[in-house]
Design a protein around this ligand. Structure first.
Ligand code: BTN
Length: 232
C-alpha cells in the first residue's frame, strides 16, 4: 500500500533524499518545505514554505517495466487528484508536467538508483500569484490561483496516494496499456506544434510505450525523452 510507512520532516533538502533501498515499497517521505528541491534535468523545484504537496514514494517496479514510465503514472495520479480538488480538467504535458488552464500546477520526477525508484511529486496548492516562480519555461499556477480557494494539503495528499496506489498496481500488472485510458485522454500536447531537441512537427499522441509521437515533414518520429517546446 502506497503511503506507509510515512516519514515527515518539517523541512529538508529534498524528500527524494529521505528514501532509499532500505525502505519498503510504498514508503513515503513528505515535507512542508524543501531547501534544495529537485526538478527534472538538473533543475530546482522551489516553493514557499507550507504551500505545497511535496512527496516522494519508494517503488520497486518489476524489471520488465520501464522505470521512466513511472513519471507518466505519477502524472496521471497527480492530474486526477488535482481534478478532484478543483472540479476542473487537468492534462499531462509529456513527460512529466500536470497542467490546468494552460499553467503547470504539478511536476513529477522519477529517479532510479540502487535498484529502486524514488518517485517525487510536487503540487502547487496554496501559493498566491506572487509566491510562484515567474521565470519558468511553462507558466506556473497553483490550485489557489486557479480557483481562488485555499485547499487542504493533507486531503489532497491522501487523494493523490490513493489514486497512485491503484494506478501503480495496474501498471505493475499490465504496463502502460493498463493505465492508457487515463493517460491518453489527458494528453496536453496532442495536436500542438512542438519541438523536442532536433525533432519538430505536430504532436500526435503519447504511445502505449510512453513515447511522444511527432508527425514531421519526413514521417512520424517516436521520441523517448527530452525537453518539449510547444507553441500556444
Ligand atoms: C519537475 O517538474 O521538474 C519535477 C519536479 C518534482 C518536484 C518534487 S517535490 C517532491 C520531490 N522532491 C524533490 O526534490 N522533487 C520532487
Amino acid at each position: 500500500m502506497i503511503g506507509s510507512p510515512r516519514r515527515h520532516e518539517p523541512e529538508c533538502e529534498s524528500t527524494q533524499l529521505l528514501l532509499g533501498p532500505g525502505d519498503p515499497e510504498g514508503a513515503i517521505a513528505t515535507t512542508d518545505h524543501q531547501t534544495a528541491g529537485r526538478g527534472r534535468r538538473g533543475r530546482g523545484w522551489v516553493e514557499a514554505p507550507g504551500t505545497s504537496v511535496l512527496v516522494s514514494v519508494l517503488l520497486r517496479p518489476p524489471s520488465e517495466r520501464p522505470a521512466p514510465q513511472l513519471s507518466l503514472v505519477g502524472g496521471v495520479a497527480a492530474a486526477i487528484a488535482v481534478e478532484d480538488a478543483l472540479g476542473l480538467a487537468a492534462q499531462i504535458k509529456w513527460p512529466n508536467d500536470v497542467m490546468v488552464a494552460r499553467r503547470k500546477v504539478a511536476g513529477v520526477l522519477a529517479e532510479a538508483r540502487d535498484g529502486v525508484v524514488v518517485l517525487g511529486i510536487g503540487i502547487n496548492v496554496n501559493q498566491t500569484r506572487d509566491q510562484l516562480p515567474a521565470d519558468t519555461r511553462v507558466a506556473a499556477g497553483s490550485l489557489r490561483t486557479i480557483d481562488g480557494r485555499v485547499h487542504d494539503r493533507e486531503r489532497l495528499l491522501d487523494s493523490l496516494l490513493g489514486t497512485l496506489d491503484g494506478l501503480y498496481a495496474r501498471w505493475r500488472a499490465g504496463g502502460l496499456d493498463a493505465v492508457y485510458e487515463d493517460l491518453g485522454a489527458r494528453d496536453f500536447l496532442r495536436g500542438r506544434r512542438v519541438s523536442v531537441d532536433e525533432v519538430a512537427g505536430t504532436a500526435q499522441m503519447i504511445d502505449r510505450e510512453g513515447r511522444l509521437l511527432i508527425s514531421t515533414g519526413s514521417g512520424v518520429v517516436a521520441v523517448e525523452s527530452g525537453e518539449v517546446v510547444f507553441e500556444r
